[in-house]
Design a protein around this ligand. Structure first.
Ligand SMILES: Cc1cc2nc3c(=O)[nH]c(=O)nc-3n(C[C@H](O)[C@H](O)[C@H](O)COP(=O)(O)OP(=O)(O)OC[C@H]3O[C@@H](n4cnc5c(N)ncnc54)[C@H](O)[C@@H]3O)c2cc1C
Length: 501
């Protein structure tokens, strides 16, 4: 069965996403091998109504809540691999089972890399923690250590001083503290020990003593460390999701990653503080994103199928009217590909001249013209479309658009005169395509960009002309262009960005 969404990771992020999806009647599968980051701790703090709860108890309650929603299934196993094939996600689990879904939510969390201090693992999660908001209250007014080899030592010491003023910063022989930072900390009565730690000791997870290499010992009852993080699962990276500078998966406000159809939430997108309640809230947002995109795709597809049938029965030169205008101007189209998003995909310069080949209603022409000072040539075979663009440009006082009534027979522009050419949902109708691409190469400046937007053929589109992404890529390369980006924005809609060498 094709699922609406597969969720990888069943911590608060994945569980919360699954709850929202289940309530939205989306066929959802949640995979979890139950090795969360906080497995080392007995109590989770700061989650409103669940303050101090055991993390596994919290998971149990979440599973019970999810069991009310028949569209959600929980699989207690690890996802080994995810591949994206023709816009669908193919998941393989460690047990060798396969699943397919339209969307994917990554909620696999992080793993910590603790400083290399002997016995640190015995105390981590029991009396040594990483987040004062989570565990500072329990350690308040105690003699604490900050064990940190990183540049976060200064920040952590300042933060923790809010919970206790008996602090020793231990940098384990790898101090990154500047002289100024040391001076500031010491002026607040915070002690700094920069020598290597020999070992930690204590009983049943409760820290008692820190011994340094020289044999000196200090008594501490707990404290904080500043670990490094790594992704708990490599699935995001293997799919090509871009990471932020903290190593988290980059997402927008609806938790969409840079790969179409892939969402990410919780610790895996780490950018700032990480907590259970933040992870749960992000899971909720990811589910909103998934559901919203599925809804938009459903309506866009209906329009597009109607449009293709229209096209088939009409002559080639009247293809823009009726349903197509509605589609070209629709919210569904904006959701699939906003002009702003497209403009972000190329290094657009103020002085650029742009050719919008098959400009239609000016969906891209007008935003491009607002963005650049150069001329934007709106070329279309249909006078009605050009009139629409003229009237919109007048209303918005845009003066750098030049309308060109022409087909693909001969581009009425000088060689090497434009910086960017775009052709959206038009090249599938051009025959022979090679000749038009050759003309594009002629009018493009060296180093100029070509943006091609097209639809991948499907069974439902059999009767209407379409061209596969692979075929289009081949044609662009044969015409002498270099592909620099290839992306599926929805299951069928793809963008190819090429450069003239
Ligand atoms: C010591 C410690 C104490 C903490 N204390 C608190 C606290 O008191 N309060 C608080 O709010 N926060 C606390 N946190 C932070 C909190 O644990 C995290 O912010 C939170 O767990 C993040 O939730 P998540 O759903 O993103 O990831 P996780 O809770 O880590 O869940 C991810 C899940 O995905 C699973 N998974 C990973 N890869 C796969 C795969 N390929 N297939 C299937 N499943 C997979 C993992 O096994 C795991 O069960 C603490 C963290 C630590 C380390």
């Amino acid at each position: 069965m094709l699922l609406d969404c597969a969720v990888v990771g069943g911590g608060p992020a994945g569980l919360s996403a699954s709850l929202v999806l289940g309530r939205a009647r989306r066929k959802t599968i949640l995979f979890d091998d139950n090795k969360p980051r906080n497995a080392v701790t007995n109590e989770a703090h700061g989650y409103l109504t669940r303050d101090g709860i055991n993390p596994q108890e919290m998971k149990k309650i979440a599973h019970a809540e999810l069991s009310h929603y028949p569209d959600v299934r929980i699989e207690k196993q690890r996802v080994k691999e995810v591949k994206k094939v023709n816009g669908l996600f193919h998941l393989t689990t460690e047990n060798g089972e396969s699943f397919q879904s339209k969307k994917l939510i990554l909620a696999a969390g992080l793993k910590e890399i603790l400083p290399a201090v002997k016995h640190v693992e015995e105390f981590y999660g029991m009396s040594l923690f990483n987040c004062p908001y989570c565990d500072g209250w329990e350690l308040k007014d105690q003699p604490l250590a900050i064990i940190s080899e990183s540049q976060w030592a200064f920040h952590m010491a300042k933060m923790v001083s809010n919970w206790s003023n008996d602090l020793v910063v231990c940098t384990n022989g790898k101090s990154k503290l500047t002289d100024e930072e040391k001076r500031i900390l010491e002026s607040q009565g915070i002690i700094i020990r920069e020598e290597k730690i020999k070992s930690l000791s204590g009983k049943s997870g409760k820290l008692e003593e820190i011994e340094f290499d020289g044999g000196q010992k200090i008594q501490r009852t707990g404290g904080f460390v500043t670990p490094d993080w790594k992704q708990a699962s490599s699935i995001g990276e293997s799919l090509g999701c871009r990471l932020n500078d903290k190593g988290g998966i980059e997402v927008d406000s609806f938790k969409r990653t840079t790969i179409e159809g892939v969402f990410a939430c919780g610790d895996t997108v780490i950018e700032g503080p990480a907590q259970l309640i933040i992870a749960a809230s992000e899971g909720s947002m990811a589910a909103f994103g998934v559901n919203a995109d599925l809804v938009e795709e459903k309506f866009a597809k209906k329009k597009e199928l109607g449009l293709m049938e229209n096209n088939f029965s009409k002559s080639k030169h009247t293809h823009h009217h009726g349903g197509k205008i509605a589609y070209l101007e629709s919210a569904a189209r904006k959701a699939e590909l906003s002009p702003e998003r497209l403009m972000d995909m190329i290094p657009l310069k103020k002085a650029d001249h742009i050719l919008d080949f098959g400009a239609g209603t000016g969906y891209f022409t007008l935003p491009f013209a607002q963005k650049v000072d150069g001329t934007v040539y709106a070329l279309d075979i249909d006078q009605t479309m050009l009139e629409m663009i003229r009237s919109k440009a007048e209303q918005e006082h845009i003066t750098n658009i030049q309308l060109i009534l022409a087909g693909n027979d001969r581009l009425p522009l000088p060689d090497a005169s434009v910086d960017v050419i775009m052709a959206s949902l038009v090249l599938h109708e051009v025959n022979p395509l090679e000749e038009t691409l050759q003309q594009f190469m002629n009018v493009l400046k060296s180093g100029g960009h070509f943006i091609c937007i097209e639809l991948e053929p499907t069974q439902a589109s059999e009767r209407a002309p379409r061209i596969t992404c692979a075929k289009m890529e081949e044609k662009l390369v044969n015409s002498g262009m270099q592909i620099i980006e290839k992306k599926f924005l929805t299951e069928f809609l793809y963008v190819l960005i090429a450069k003239k060498q």
